[in-house]
Design a protein around this ligand. Structure first.
Ligand SMILES: [Zn+2]
Ligand SMILES: [Zn+2]
Length: 203
């Protein structure tokens, strides 16, 4: 299978290979559920469903107005598949066939087939999970220092308050406004630094 075939209709979607239908790996668009059959795959699928019969999958009255072939980028022809009313896109270069989501059911109906899957749905492959953010040792150090500052600031403020509210003769030092302010700043700075980077998750 060709890796990374883009959906001919939803150009940004990459077809997902799935073995869901008759053990033939199919490339299915996760957005529109269209199916890309490489040369021979649709025939094989129909033969399989049909139990050995031959399906002639040449296009009836093909017109050059299909999507671009997802495999070789040539303009596909739009024409009747099996029935002139069942219009599908077929690449005349690589002979791949593009079926819209509902067209597979129609193909089988027209061939008198029953059973099996009438459609294929695939999920987009899970985006490669982002590696857990490596713990930046520098950041951890900053957090530790920040926590230390916050605690030191808190202790400083408490100490200054203790000095301030205690009777002057009970303590050996006078409270200092300067030190109190410094402690408050230390505490505030520490808390800010601790929370630094958290707003990242809101982006
Ligand atoms: Zn699509
Ligand atoms: Zn092609």
């Amino acid at each position: 299978m060709n890796p990374m075939i883009n959906c001919p209709k939803c150009s940004s979607e990459v077809l997902v290979e799935t073995p869901a239908l008759g053990n033939i790996p199919l490339d299915v668009c996760p957005a529109c559920s269209g199916i890309w059959f490489e040369k021979g795959e649709l025939e094989a699928l129909l033969r399989q469903s049909q139990g050995g019969g031959q399906a002639d999958l040449g296009l009836i009255d093909p017109k050059p107005e299909g999507h671009d072939c997802p495999a070789c980028k040539a303009k596909m022809s739009r024409g009747g598949l099996v029935n002139p009313l069942l219009l599908v896109d077929k690449c005349q270069v690589c002979e791949g066939v593009w079926l819209d989501a509902r067209e597979l059911a129609l193909v089988k109906k027209l061939l008198g087939l029953s059973g099996g899957e009438s459609g294929v749905n695939v999920a987009r492959p899970a985006a490669v999970p982002a590696a857990p953010e490596p713990r930046d040792p520098k950041l951890i150090l900053i957090k530790i220092v920040a926590a230390g500052c916050a605690i030191a600031g808190l202790v400083g403020v408490s100490y200054q308050m203790y000095l301030y509210f205690s009777p002057a003769e009970a303590v050996s030092r006078a409270p200092s406004i300067g030190r109190a302010v410094l402690s408050v700043l230390l505490f505030a700075g520490g808390v800010l630094a601790l929370n630094w980077g958290k707003e990242d998750r809101w982006r």
